[in-house]
Design a binder for this molecule. Structure first.
Ligand code: SF4
Length: 117
């Protein structure tokens, strides 16, 4: 509604994309926590503002344009709640994902313990 009419967007609302705040559903909240866009445990307005501020670093003119891509990771179940090598090892976000890095560290520690036994 706010982006210029281009056949997909309608450009009907008189505000700029930079003024938008990301809608935080369960997918956006979880994946934003995975990626360090927020550490907040609840999906509140403050969380939405914090995620939007983090996304603004990537595109100050349209920080919410990442909404569909982030949400779709959750909706499509391509981003698991726990580390899943089948999905995470081919994920381009793994270097910045706390679920993957924490899980990998946990797995490495477990293997090290097993080797010592
Ligand atoms: S590494 Fe795994 S958990 Fe992290 S964002 Fe990618 S798919 Fe999701």
């Amino acid at each position: 509604m706010v982006r210029p009419a281009d056949g997909i967007d309608l450009g009907l609302w008189p505000i700029t994309p930079s003024e938008l705040v990301i809608p935080v559903d369960t997918h956006i909240h979880r994946i934003s926590r995975n990626l360090g866009l927020t550490n907040r445990r609840t999906a509140t307005w403050a969380t939405a503002e914090e995620i939007t501020a983090a996304l603004r670093k990537f595109d100050p003119d349209d920080p919410v344009k990442y909404d569909f891509a982030l949400c779709h990771l959750g909706v499509s179940r391509d981003c698991p709640s726990r580390p899943d090598p089948d999905k995470c090892e081919r994920c381009v976000l793994q270097d910045v994902c706390s679920v993957w890095t924490t899980g990998r560290e946990r797995e490495s520690a477990k293997k090290a313990r097993e080797l010592r036994l």
